[in-house]
Design a protein around this ligand. Structure first.
Ligand SMILES: [Zn+2]
Length: 79
């Protein structure tokens, strides 16, 4: 991905309203895009976790409605 592509992508995301500049203030389009990518990954991890039996077990065992299994926790953290 070239710098131009990244800038264009960031501009698209900003226009689409997915990027809230007041919330995510980044130095560069690259940073912006990376933050947004992580946000998407986190959302996806939580969506997958809702269907995941291991996550369900973690939630039950820890009595914590937001608990995640190791795999989805890693995904949510961007590891
Ligand atoms: Zn899981």
């Amino acid at each position: 991905m070239s710098k131009k592509d990244i800038e264009r992508e960031a501009a698209n995301l900003r226009r689409s309203g997915k990027l809230d500049p007041s919330r995510i203030v980044k130095e560069s389009p690259e940073e912006e895009l990376r933050a947004l990518g992580q946000e998407t990954r986190t959302e996806r991890a939580f969506a997958a976790a809702a269907e995941c039996a291991y996550c369900a077990r973690e939630r039950r065992e820890k009595n914590d409605g937001t608990a995640l299994c190791r795999e989805h926790l890693a995904e949510a953290m961007g590891l």
